[in-house]
Design a protein around this ligand. Structure first.
Ligand SMILES: Cc1cc2nc3c(=O)[nH]c(=O)nc-3n(C[C@H](O)[C@H](O)[C@H](O)COP(=O)(O)OP(=O)(O)OC[C@H]3O[C@@H](n4cnc5c(N)ncnc54)[C@H](O)[C@@H]3O)c2cc1C
Length: 453
């Protein structure tokens, strides 16, 4: 590859903070809020012009409840729902056989509520800045380099929390990262979009009363009589459409009810082989997924009752990434830990979502269910070697299979709250986050409403 030797240059220091959170998605918002308070200077930086990350895509939040209907994600993640519900922008936690539970949210209002939470907590938010590098002193992170219209700048921080989803900071800091399965195969991305003018009575009737035609994975018909549901199935309809030449990229029809009566969110595009850490690959994914939307709409109009007159309402602002880099931390959570409902002394959040792997190639998915929820230990947030850095969200320390369960936004919010709390306590006690008293972290998390079993 042709290269260019960049000349050395002096960079302006934009800020010096106690805790810097990079990435304002579900994990980052909660990390920043938890780190704030007690006089700590906390900053949250975000590359886009709004907070929320994947909370803004039109996805339901899955698995606030576990397989037994117990609410295992509480704390700040519940506070987000309470705030949204108070303005009519979130539904209840609805139990679901396939997803444990679904909670419908308004993807626009999330942006406002997240900013309000940051303002209340005294977090300084800086948007439109991309974190491009880590500043290291040996194996200790000292801050980051950001890029924006203002140029290249430095933010120094005593502790950095990487909530970028892709583990951008951890990668630049030299943390060992991995991607995908043993062949590097990652779960494919999807461009979410919503449609209106769906005849819900007709759609419901097909799902509830015509199961021979409108077959569904795992879920019983009565689930679709409810106000809020997700369909995962109608495999035969897709086969028929494909036989007629439609080329639908998924084997299952995944449709999610919206907050508006005739609104459905469509989770059906799929672009295999996309790597969100390579701009050319991510770009290809965006282009391809947009093309798929037309074919999917044709499928819905012709093969799914109630969708004959659909109109596209909104396409999500970006192609949603299910998987990319994941770090190797002090402990790497495995699928076995999830499936055996393993407990850990250093639990910092409990999670209840099954292992849900959208295959990296082909059009199908594997779901593996446990009998109960499971713990995630603090060590999953702590890089194996680099100090003063925590990594929270889908890029925390999991195997490819485990990450397919822990990636849901409820769990990511739980991980974020834990990372922020640990960073705050470590600073107050004058120790590195890797040496924090986890019992203290657990106590404070419980005080802030988190459920730790
Ligand atoms: C198609 C799809 C369907 C899904 N379905 C569901 C579902 O139904 N329910 C559910 O609960 N979960 C679902 N998930 C999973 C869930 O959305 C994600 O795993 C979760 O949002 C990850 O949260 P996070 O905080 O780790 O990262 P993200 O939500 O990705 O947030 C990361 C944030 O960091 C910012 N950022 C990234 N890099 C930088 C940088 N270098 N500098 C500055 N800012 C940066 C981003 O702009 C973003 O705001 C789905 C995911 C996808 C893609």
């Amino acid at each position: 590859m042709k290269t260019y030797l960049e000349p050395q240059r002096e960079l302006p220091v934009r800020a010096e903070v106690d805790v810097l959170v990079v990435g304002g998605g579900p994990s980052g918002i909660m990390a920043a809020r938890a780190a704030a308070g007690k006089g700590h200077k906390v900053m949250l930086i975000e590359s886009r012009g709004y907070l929320g990350g994947n909370l803004t895509l039109g996805l339901p939040i899955l698995a606030y409840l576990d397989i037994n209907g117990k609410q295992c994600i509480r704390g700040y993640a519940q506070d987000l729902i309470d705030r949204l519900a108070a303005r009519g922008c979130a539904g209840p936690h609805v139990p679901c056989k396939n997803h444990m539970s679904l909670t419908i949210i308004d993807p626009e209002e999330v942006k406002t509520v997240a900013l309000e939470m940051m303002e209340e907590a005294g977090v300084e938010v800086l948007m439109y800045v991309f974190c491009s590098d880590a500043i290291m002193d040996g194996n200790t992170i000292k801050g980051v380099i950001i890029e924006s219209k203002a140029g290249r700048e430095v933010i120094f921080a005593k502790t950095v929390i990487d909530c970028t989803g892709d583990g951008d900071v951890a990668t630049r800091a030299g943390v060992e990262m991995h991607k995908g399965d043993e062949n590097g195969g990652m779960q494919p991305p999807t461009l979410m979009y919503s449609v209106r003018k769906v005849d819900m009575a007709k759609f419901r009737d097909a799902l509830v009363n015509h199961r021979d035609v409108f077959d569904m994975d795992v879920m019983p018909p009565e689930q679709f009589a409810k106000r809020y549901f997700i369909t995962v199935g109608l495999r035969n309809q897709i086969k028929k459409a494909n036989a007629a030449g439609l080329d639908i990229p998924v084997a299952r029809t995944i449709l999610i009810t919206g907050l508006k009566d005739d609104q459905i969110w469509v989770n059906m595009s799929r672009v295999s082989g996309v790597d969100s850490t390579l701009p050319e690959s991510y770009t290809f994914g965006e282009i391809e997924a947009r093309k798929q939307i037309y074919r999917i709409n044709e499928y819905l109009r012709k093969y799914v009752p109630g969708f004959e007159n659909l109109e596209v309402e909104k396409v999500a602002p970006f192609l949603g990434i299910r998987e990319s880099r994941v770090m190797v931390g002090k402990y790497v959570l495995t699928a076995e830990d999830i499936l055996t409902s393993r407990r850990f002394d250093d639990v910092i959040t409990v999670a209840g979502y099954p292992v849900d792997i959208h295959h990296s190639t082909g059009s199908d998915c594997t779901m593996l269910f446990a009998k109960d929820n499971h713990d995630i230990p603090y060590r999953c947030l702590v890089p194996a070697k680099v100090e003063n850095l925590l990594v929270a969200g889908r890029c925390s320390s999991f195997t490819h299979e485990a990450m397919a369960g822990t990636r849901v936004m409820s769990t990511c919010m739980g991980l974020g709250q834990a990372a922020g709390t640990a960073a705050r306590i470590a600073l107050a006690d004058g120790v590195k986050p890797s040496e924090v008293d986890v019992k203290k972290v657990q106590e404070e998390l419980r005080e802030e409403g988190a459920y730790l079993g």
